[in-house]
Write a protein that binds this ligand. Structure first.
Ligand code: 5GP
Length: 231
């Protein structure tokens, strides 16, 4: 298979047709812009299976790149031109917003907060305001509005889904891309690598913060998410 891109947690291979790609979830995990890294056998299958189930759930509600499951560690997706933006939706304050604005950890955002970050390892993914996005030509006003709508819709659906499993969706990072005809689609992955999930009662983390903050065994946390999802 032809490798198109070898990322930190996923490898993209050419798909069976020119407009498709195969997304393979690796057993690697990184944090702090790659400074902290590890290989955890079994992690790729968990993030792949969780992503596949969530994309399938969203299928009729949010247009995405997901086409079908291929095997335990990969799915087929539409090939897109990825926008260099990370769209973060926050339901509760933690992580970078607590450091940046000094908010109390766990403070609720109602309505949820939608932020845009510049996807740039060299610049450490800086927060962008709308004027920056326009000045840098990173997305059109229409694309921004569409991304915000899709992000809020995805957040509402996943919040309800996880709540029923005894998990609070704290925040998540979404990525979007465009097909050659300009159609905007939700891209990347939907997994505990890219979202924060806390136990609804104890507020224990079941996401990549376990690795980022050395809070325990990452595989055990991801297995618990998968178990509650019926995987
Ligand atoms: P924060 O801005 O608080 O660091 O992250 C907000 C949410 O987006 C968290 O769920 C976090 O996991 C996710 N996120 C933000 N940036 C990245 C990134 O570069 N990689 C990954 N995997 N997740 C990110």
């Amino acid at each position: 298979m032809q490798t198109l891109y070898n990322g930190k947690a996923k490898t993209l291979f050419a798909g069976p047709s020119p407009d498709t790609i195969i997304i393979f979830f690796k057993d690697t995990v990184t944090a702090g812009n790659g400074v902290k890294h590890a290989t955890i056998p079994g992690k790729g299958a968990l993030t792949a299976q969780i992503s596949i189930k969530l994309f399938e759930m969203l299928k009729d509600s949010v247009p995405s790149h997901y086409i079908k499951k291929l095997d335990a560690q990969s799915f087929l997706a539409k090939k897109l031109q990825i926008l260099p933006l990370e769209v973060v939706v926050r339901n509760y304050a933690t992580g970078s917003i607590v450091k940046r604005l000094g908010l109390p950890r766990g403070q609720a955002f109602q309505p949820p907060l939608v932020e845009f970050f510049y996807k740039s390892d060299a610049l450490h993914d800086p927060l962008l305001c709308l004027a920056h996005i326009q000045a840098l030509g990173l997305a059109t006003p229409h694309e921004l509005a569409q991304m915000e709508t899709y992000a809020r819709h995805t957040n509402a659906l996943l919040t309800d889904y996880f709540w029923a499993l005894g998990l609070k969706l704290i925040d998540m990072k979404l990525e979007f891309g465009k097909t050659p005809d300009g159609t905007l689609l939700l891209a990347d992955e939907l997994s505990p690598d890219t979202m924060r999930l806390w136990d609804a009662r104890t507020h224990e983390s079941f996401d990549k913060d376990v690795f980022r903050e050395d809070k325990g065994d990452l595989l055990t946390a991801y297995r618990e998410v998968a178990r509650r999802m019926g995987l």
